[in-house]
Design a protein around this ligand. Sequence first.
Ligand code: GLN
Length: 248
Amino acid sequence: MYELNICHLYPDLLNLYGDRGNIMALKMRCVWRGINVNVSNISIGDKFDAEAYDIIFLGGGQDYEQEIIQDDLLNQKGEEIRNAVKNDKVFLAICGGYQLLGSYYKTWDGKEIHFLNALDLWTIGGKERMIGNFVFECDFLKNDHYDGKIVGFENHSGRTYLGPGVKPLGKIIKGYGNNGEDGFEGAIYKNVYCSYSHGSLLPKNPALADHLISVALKQKYKDFVSLSGIDDEFENLAHDTTIKRIMG
Ligand code: GLN
């Protein structure tokens, strides 16, 4: 029987707009297929051993929470996180958590917060927030039955820019995404997936949830080939109706 260990990093501080929903979606989509899942909550002061986990999750946080965890993140867990990224560990990082994996965040009022430097990306705060439901398109999810469209909810003042080695997660169809300028959303580097889309990301986009589960299982089990299909009637309804509402 397959088993996945998921780590929710700083669940008490990085969990905006139901980001925990992403963990629930990963867990239930495994459980429905008979795959065992353990979820561990690791926060400030807790020992973090990345090797113990197959998927590491970082949710969103306002500038305030990002400052609170900065010391623990950089000085206690930083090296472990950077090594895990290098060693192809699967990560999902949302909004504030996405920004934390980059090199720094310059807030709109001029404060510069140093971050992990695990991915070549950086964030500059603007006065205007980028808020709303948005739609983007992921080429790596496209197939004969699916157009690769992802629907989500964003709320950030940070504008994120990607260095040359980091690819965007998708192309914006409606909304702002990384910075409201270049037409891209999120980031992919090795097995690290980052997005500005909050807690409804995986519940409303089962293809992306299954992609992450598959990558994690492939990393762990040599004999893993593909996931069995499950009934996505409600997930697809949520996905399709939200896209229709946004696109008009
Ligand atoms: N503090 C960050 C910003 O506003 C992230 C906010 C969030 O995670 N929603 O850009």
